[in-house]
Design a protein around this ligand. Sequence first.
Ligand SMILES: *[C@@H]1O[C@H](CO)[C@@H](O)[C@H](O)[C@H]1NC(C)=O
Ligand SMILES: *[C@@H]1O[C@H](CO)[C@@H](O)[C@H](O)[C@H]1NC(C)=O
Ligand SMILES: *[C@@H]1O[C@H](CO)[C@@H](O)[C@H](O)[C@H]1NC(C)=O
Ligand SMILES: *[C@@H]1O[C@H](CO)[C@@H](O)[C@H](O)[C@H]1NC(C)=O
Ligand SMILES: *[C@@H]1O[C@H](CO)[C@@H](O)[C@H](O)[C@H]1NC(C)=O
Ligand SMILES: [Zn+2]
Length: 439
Amino acid sequence: MLFIKTFSFFILYINLAVCEKFRFDNYSVFKIIPETEQQYQILQDIRRDDPRYDFWTDPLPLREFVNVMSSPGDKTYLEDILQKNEIKYEIVMQNIQEAIDEEIVNTFTRSGIRNMEWNAYYNLNDINGWLDDLVATYPNTVSRIIGGVSYEGRDIRGIKISHGSGRRAIFIESGIHAREWISPATTCYIINELLTSNHTETRAAARDYDWYIFPVTNPDGYIWSHEQFRMWRKNRQPYGTNFGVDLNRNWNNNWLVAGSSSNPALDTYAGPGPFSEPETRSLSSYIQSIGDQIDMYIATHSFGHLLLLPFGNSTEPYGNYHDAMNIGRRAMGALSVRYGTMYRTGNIAEAIYRATGGSVDWVKEQIKVPLVYVYEFRDNGTYGFLLPPSQILPNSEEVMDSLLELIHQAKRLGYLNSSSRFYASIYICLSAFLITLLR
Ligand SMILES: *[C@@H]1O[C@H](CO)[C@@H](O)[C@H](O)[C@H]1NC(C)=O
Ligand SMILES: *[C@@H]1O[C@H](CO)[C@@H](O)[C@H](O)[C@H]1NC(C)=O
Ligand SMILES: *[C@@H]1O[C@H](CO)[C@@H](O)[C@H](O)[C@H]1NC(C)=O
Ligand SMILES: *[C@@H]1O[C@H](CO)[C@@H](O)[C@H](O)[C@H]1NC(C)=O
Ligand SMILES: *[C@@H]1O[C@H](CO)[C@@H](O)[C@H](O)[C@H]1NC(C)=O
Ligand SMILES: [Zn+2]
């Protein structure tokens, strides 16, 4: 056993040492616009069975289009299928390596929080260095938190922003899909705003709630996407000759029921069992440990201009679904004001599509967090994951606008009361007491 482990580490080491960063020369991206249920079905079948094509988005009607990446060699075959079935498409990027080359990745210089910029992406060390600086700069409000550990032994690092005890909490989970770089970038911006903004509403949001924020919940995958393979989505645990589990299909809620795969070669591989991965197992127990404080849970992804609600297995509205929808829609209205970016709000599951094993379903079902949302940030299919750095700031600003509106609308409907659960539990205790008396 020890021998096998040593051996596989050796192979891994060789791979790391020899591997050059993968180049995507002449890889192209299709924007496909299915119009009938049958056409959606064809795309879902390709996604399920053909590992040659990288689906950048799920084939679901809420999105209106599907982005698929193809190598130069496999492109004609895909075009043939699409043409034969009269499915509309265009090729939006002929050579994605060009877009990759335009993604500026900055290096952050420690000991000067001013050095984090919003026109470039950062690798994990730089994000963590910045978080360390924040803890040092704001020792009374910011503390270092560890949400868990990755397969390769890295901490899942985050920060807690708190202006005192007894506050209800808002939790932000980002970067669970490695290649969605705008997710950690925008989350860092949110952290920065909560700490430095002079805007009244932002300051109130920072002051009134405890914030638990994790910019990169898939650290191994994130590093891999920076250093080896830009389009990496999963974590890095090896399964046979393949690597990685889709960490947003691995949570213990309707695991492997829909929209995920048991094939380790695919990007939606759900893993050998629920919570098989150190990242999801450890992060979920962290969430559980503070679960009774959380009133709002937000997971950030890209891309597609969407705000999604649980559950991924069913379109049935659950308890406070209509409130959650109402709050979400109004927040997306606020998002559109600054730059006109239109988001749609909807259920993860749709008439012909389901996706289960994601974090938010588990959080909603197990932790009973009242308000749970998934953002799919910019853009809507032009650059996809390769969002130009010039869009980091506008994306972040409009998302911040919507976050404040989420809070505002939630409060309006009676959520996010600083002491709501406290009073709720007093109420329950009192009624139990009265009932006992009356007997
Ligand atoms: C990409 O395609 C162009 C045009 O067909 C060709 O000239 C070039 O050699 C290709 N590049 C690579 C790396 O395959
Ligand atoms: C907020 O106000 C403080 C003190 O007035 C100032 O030093 C700081 O630069 C302001 N921050 C922003 C982001 O405008
Ligand atoms: C969907 O999942 C939720 C949470 O696990 C469960 O309560 C519900 O019954 C499921 N619905 C269907 C249609 O499977
Ligand atoms: C994409 O978003 C832009 C800006 O919100 C909008 O103008 C455009 O119509 C959208 N396109 C699609 C296909 O949704
Ligand atoms: C939250 O506060 C509002 C207004 O103070 C109140 O109407 C509502 O019942 C409270 N909600 C809970 C869950 O305590
Ligand atoms: Zn994602």
